[in-house]
Design a protein around this ligand. Structure first.
Ligand code: AMP
Length: 400
């Protein structure tokens, strides 16, 4: 992959057309968590200081190709301005005369934010004419939205063929972290894969067995593995129709010399509820009406010792029903171990996916990881080994 970063370009006096992801949580027109905006601003600031002019494009929510007042990006402009320490002009459309003249009037160091790309159906259709209209707003295209890179939309794919195309600073961070963790991992490399279902992570598991030395499997999906091995799992969440898939993954892992590590004991309850009375048993002893909701303490010791020998840790999906007490324990303990390994500079740790980020925040260790990706879909597709259209569009090897 040969992607060039905008940070290596002389941007003084240049108008950058930057695709960002400013889809921040909002309630009643007020941004409730500005993390995405402040992270983007941090990368943009040095470019502005070098004299760049910035036209910022983003989507917000899923308006399905028409104007929806609640999905306007207007409330984001002052928040972005505050994070940048400058005024951000808001323009009511992302294409057309008004946007073009506003872009033409930008002085060095100035920023404008355009209205939601997805108010136009052509955006999600990856329409070439729409991309050409967007391209009129700047001289250099910059994609700084890794979280949207798994979508072939006009602002992430078609546009890159129309003007010089570069990655942005946030995109660089994400590519760097994922490359270190997955493409060129320091061995032993360990993946932690949890979450509810095997069916949603088949492609991830099939790809990871080729790349890492061990995979710790937890969460609801571990139940399906235990079930496939003939263990009693009571009334636990299980996808009986995925037994063949599990066998296939086990065979691939064996062929690739990748160890699959399952819970050896479990925490179960008789109802799926916060503060439900919980019990611990060996993984083959779950009673008929028990519901497995977490890995048990012996498993945690095992998981921690595997992590303690790792140089790369890759994580997606909680190891138990971590939103409910006391079923957060395995996720928490393992998160603490991974954080400790990272702090001691013994391992590179990269985690991603909405629930995983929430779980790391619950454990209070998100800051200790080498990199925590907030990109859900794009992160998973990278783990699956897929080519992301937004990256392919920037890749000069592929364009050549
Ligand atoms: P996913 O979206 O596939 O990453 O799944 C995350 C969800 O899996 C979380 O909401 C967890 O509560 C849930 N989960 C984890 N372990 C279990 C389990 N043993 N039984 C049921 N749900 C679980």
């Amino acid at each position: 992959m040969s992607i060039h970063s905008i940070t290596e370009v002389d941007v003084a006096g240049k108008c950058l057309l930057i695709r960002a992801d400013l889809n921040a949580p909002m309630k009643d027109g007020v941004v409730t968590d500005a993390t995405r905006i402040t992270r983007f601003a941090k990368g943009l600031k040095p470019l502005l200081a070098k004299g760049a002019r910035a036209v910022v494009l983003s989507h917000f929510g899923r308006p399905k190709g028409k104007y929806v007042a609640e999905m306007s990006l207007a409330p984001i402009a002052p928040v972005l301005g505050e994070a940048l320490g400058t005024t951000v002009t808001f323009v009511n459309d992302c294409v057309g005369q008004e946007a073009q003249s506003a872009a033409a009037q930008l002085a060095d160091g100035q920023v404008m934010l355009c209205e939601n790309l997805r108010f136009h159906p052509e955006e999600e259709a990856n329409d070439a004419d729409f991309a050409a209209q967007l391209a009129r707003l700047g001289q250099i295209y910059v994609n700084d939205a890794f979280s949207c890179a798994h979508r072939a939309h006009a602002s992430t794919a078609a546009i890159a063929a129309l003007m010089p195309a570069y990655s942005g600073p946030l995109m660089d961070e994400e590519i760097d972290a994922l490359t270190r963790a997955l493409e060129k991992p320091a061995h032993p490399a360990v993946a932690l894969i949890g979450g509810a279902k095997v069916s949603s992570k088949i492609a991830v598991l099939k790809n990871l067995v080729q790349k890492v030395d061990s995979i710790i499997i937890g969460g609801g999906m571990a139940n399906t593995f235990l079930f496939a091995d003939g263990l009693a799992i009571g009334k636990s969440l299980c996808e009986a129709d995925q037994v063949e898939t599990v066998r296939e993954i086990q065979a691939l892992a064996k062929a690739a010399d990748c160890e699959l590590i399952l819970p050896i004991d479990v925490v179960y309850a008789f109802k799926f509820a916060d503060n439900a009375r919980s019990f611990i048993c060996d993984a083959d002893q779950c009673p008929d009406d028990g519901i497995i909701l977490d890995a048990g303490p012996k498993s945690v010791v095992r998981f921690r010792s595997v992590l303690a020998g790792a140089h790369t840790i890759l994580w997606n999906g909680p190891l138990g029903a971590f939103e409910m007490r006391p079923f957060e324990q395995a996720t928490k303990q393992v998160a603490l171990e991974a954080a400790e390994m990272t702090r001691a500079d013994l391992a590179v740790s990269v985690a991603g996916g909405g629930d995983t980020v929430a779980a790391l925040n619950m454990a209070g260790v998100a800051e200790d990881f080498t990199y925590v990706s907030s990109a859900g879909g794009a992160f998973l597709e990278w783990l699956e080994g897929k080519t992301l259209p937004g990256l392919a569009a920037l890749d000069r090897d592929q364009a050549a």
